[in-house]
Design a protein around this ligand. Structure first.
Ligand SMILES: Nc1ncnc2c1ncn2[C@@H]1O[C@H](COP(=O)(O)OP(=O)(O)OP(=O)(O)O)[C@@H](O)[C@H]1O
Length: 754
């Protein structure tokens, strides 16, 4: 009978296949009567020699014949000397091969595992095992046992087995106790488990559906989850209504409002969240976000009010500097330079080609002339590199500048530069400020010594930052900070159809091709297939052959990851075309992605711990690779299970279990391309992309990434929808309100009425 649940037991003779991500395994089991069977199913970390009792069904597989399909299983550690020797020789413990395994099993017999766990020092009586090695074996064995128990626990509770390593790292042997004690800890940012999954575990352990732990966890989860969309706070009404949905009981009854209010008040009392009446509503914050917003608003206000006097004639000096520079500044540029000399804080904003960089150079001339020390910084490596080239002096990423070194227990960045150890400079000039979120801004301001001036440069029409807040737009629209908006496109920049079209798009006009010899082309294609074929053809042949661009100079951008001609499909096709499989190129599959020697890849989350060395000076080392860094795979070792990526002049090593941090980057989303520029950009816009991604600022951001050539491949209706959709996803942020609040009262009333 195929469907009847049955049990079989036996010893693992061979592990034919094992997927470390999801625990799926194919094993050969020898039953007690010597019969060999093949068993499949979710059986994490199975080792040779283990004794298992499997419960499941017999099935017949079309190619492999009869198999036992395991529903659940119990394991018993091997009890015979041979079983123990087999188990230990399976490679489960580093440094124990078959010979040593046999010696250990012969010596300690059935007691072997107890000795390894509790008295590992006794192992050193065996020749070939030093006291230190014995200690290491004991440590590894205890870790293996805990990890295995943890994996089984996670699987029994339908939780992702990949969590085992993270939980073990954090709680060691007591991980299961911690999880059972408070299953909702799994929903924290660190473990990122769905509320539903943690909730199922909690309810199955008998947690009442209206328990305080549960209701409070639901409210905090809703807040945290929504903050991930770029808000700094969530209005209380909206928060509680959404949390109520999450917390409904199995019959669909929503919790009473009084229960929610009571627990909300508890969370406030315990300092887990903050509720403040601002922007005419009860705004609910997580503590760090509230602190960041208040701190930034206070700091900027004070900085903006700082005014400097000079004992020489400032106008004369500026005029001399202008004469020496061989640039005749436009009136607004001149005003920006003068304000940079006078005030503690100035914002310089404008679209492409409006002279921002030229103005920054003018500011630098002034600061140099009066002997002020300036540091230049930008949010991404590419933006910093560009700034450094244009200003002819060093520019750092903000993370480098603040010396981000490692993460603390909560997975947050920790900066060595802070209030206790501030930067050593008189002026900080920050470029690409549209990308900076409120939390990073707080970190930067905290590291600025008192009296340090700040110049913020950016284009407010670019996409908002990935992280929380709307820093640049809020600052500008508050009218509380000295802001110069440059809007004149200089003649040289006018010649570029990329610049002209970017400005046209911003005014709500359609872009037009810039002629045969121009730098802007539109190729009309409708379906995702046609668009992708054209993109591949452009990358492989047309742009290299006709324009002389090397594949490294070309970047494909697209709004989406998964939808029509999204990065996932495009990357697969581009990889096949530009870096096809080859016997000399090792490759490693991770999930759905194949990483091959020579591939272009991108780091997709901040990793503060990863160690890199300089390509030409391996002695020079550092840590940290950041979301959006793009590099090339220059080495893959299948034996050592690692992969080396070159990011500019840095070489970073990834073990195979870290490959979730990398993605192919022949094509990247427009969001990920923020702050980077490329010689040639191809923007793929087929029909079929969801409306949420068809906005003007996505198209504008995409186009302004191109330095020399832009090719738009797609459907004209799609481009038209984008040009005419000037909506921005609304973000709850009260920075503007906080800045206005600190204005004289009449001005504030006027602003609030607007
Ligand atoms: N006052 C000026 N007089 C004449 N040309 C100028 C002036 N200011 C800037 N330009 C020229 O205009 C072009 C664009 O200037 P710049 O690179 O400073 O602008 P930007 O705003 O930084 O542009 P992008 O953001 O596109 O890099 C450059 O060729 C620059 O030399």
């Amino acid at each position: 009978m195929e469907n009847e649940l049955q049990s079989i037991s036996g010893t693992v003779e061979a592990v034919i296949y094992q997927n470390e991500d999801n625990g799926y395994a194919v094993i050969r089991l020898v039953e007690e009567d010597g019969e060999e069977v093949t068993a499949v199913g979710t059986m994490p970390q199975i080792c040779l020699g283990e004794e298992l009792m499997l419960t499941g069904h017999w099935t017949t597989h079309a190619s492999y014949g009869e198999q036992f399909l395991t529903e659940y299983f119990e394991r018993r550690m091997p009890a015979t000397v041979k079983g123990i020797a087999d188990y230990l020789s399976s490679g489960i413990i580093k440094g124990i091969g078959p010979k040593l395994a046999k010696k250990i099993a012969d010596r300690f017999g059935e007691e072997t595992f107890a000795v390894m766990a509790n008295e590992p020092e006794r192992l050193s009586n065996i020749s070939g095992i030093t006291a230190r090695k014995a200690e290491q074996i004991g440590e590894q064995f205890r870790q293996q046992t805990s990890m295995r128990r943890l994996m089984e626990f996670l699987m029994e509770n339908q939780l992702p087995p990949q969590l085992a390593a993270q939980l073990y790292k954090r709680f060691k042997d007591s991980a299961i106790d911690h999880v059972l004690d408070n299953p909702y800890l799994l929903c924290s940012e660190e473990f990122a488990v769905d509320f539903q999954q943690a909730d199922d575990l909690a309810l199955s352990q008998g947690m009442p559906w209206d328990a305080e732990e549960r209701v409070q966890a639901g409210i905090l989860y809703t807040l945290q989850f929504n903050l991930n969309n770029g808000h700094t706070f969530i209005p209380k009404e909206k928060l509680l209504a959404t949390a109520a949905q999450l917390l409904q009981d199995e019959d669909g009854y929503l919790p009473e409002q009084s229960l929610l209010e009571h627990n909300f008040a508890e969370l406030q009392d315990n300092g887990r969240l903050i509720c403040e009446y601002i922007c005419r509503r009860d705004a609910v914050y997580l503590n760090p976000m509230h602190e960041a917003e208040v701190f930034v608003a206070d700091y900027l206000t004070e900085l903006s009010d700082t005014e400097y006097q000079y004992d020489f004639n400032l106008q004369e000096l500026l005029a001399t500097l202008e004469e020496n520079s061989a640039v005749v500044y436009a009136p607004r540029q001149r005003q920006a330079i003068e304000w940079a000399a006078r005030y503690g804080l100035v914002i310089l904003t404008g679209g492409p080609g409006t002279g921002k960089t030229t103005t920054v150079r003018g500011m630098l001339d002034f600061y140099d002339a009066v002997g002020l020390d300036v540091v230049l910084a930008a949010p991404t490596g590419r933006a910093a590199k560009r700034l450094s080239e244009l200003c002819d002096r060093e520019a750092k990423t903000i993370h480098r500048l603040l010396e981000s070194g490692y993460r603390n227990g909560e997975g947050k960045a920790v900066f060595a530069r802070n209030q206790m150890n501030p930067l050593e400079c008189d002026v900080v000039i920050l470029d690409e400020v549209s990308m900076i979120d409120i939390v990073l801004m707080q970190a930067l301001l905290e590291a600025m010594p008192p009296e340090t001036r700040l110049i913020l440069v950016g284009d407010a029409d670019q996409l908002p930052p990935v992280g929380p807040g709307n820093f640049l737009r809020d600052c500008i629209s508050s009218e509380r900070i000295h802001t110069v908006e440059l809007d004149e496109i200089f003649r040289q920049a006018q010649e570029s159809a990329i610049v002209r079209n970017a400005h046209a798009i911003n005014r709500g006009e359609m872009p037009v091709s810039g002629g045969r010899d121009g730098d802007f082309f539109i190729m009309r294609k409708h379906s995702a297939e046609d668009v992708m074929q054209t993109v591949v053809d452009l990358c492989r042949k047309r742009l290299p052959d006709y324009y002389g661009f090397s594949p490294e100079q070309i970047q494909v951008l697209t709004p989406s990851r998964r939808q029509a001609a999204g990065t996932q499909q495009l990357n697969r096709m581009l990889q096949d075309a530009l870096n096809p499989p080859d016997a000399c190129k090792p490759e490693k599959r991770y999930g759905d992605t194949i990483f091959r020697l020579g591939d272009r890849v991108m780091q997709v989350r901040n990793n503060y711990d990863i160690v890199w060395e300089k390509e030409h000076d391996p002695e020079e080392e550092g840590t940290g690779m950041f979301n959006g860094d793009v590099g090339k795979i220059v080495g893959i070792s299948l034996r050592d299970e690692n992969l080396c990526v070159q990011f500019d002049d840095k070489l970073a090593h990834y073990t195979f279990d870290m490959l979730g941090e990398l993605e192919l980057a022949y094509a990247m989303t427009v969001h990920k391309s923020q702050g980077s520029e490329f010689d040639a950009v191809i923007v793929a816009l087929p029909a079929g992309i969801g409306r949420r991604l068809l906005t003007r600022n996505i198209l504008y951001t995409a186009i302004t990434r191109a330095k020399k050539l832009l090719v738009l491949v797609g459907d004209s209706d799609v481009a038209e929808t984008m040009v005419h959709t000037n909506t921005r996803n609304r973000r709850y942020s009260a920075l503007r309100a906080r800045l206005i609040r600190q204005m004289p009262e009449d001005a504030q009333t006027r602003m609030e009425e607007e």
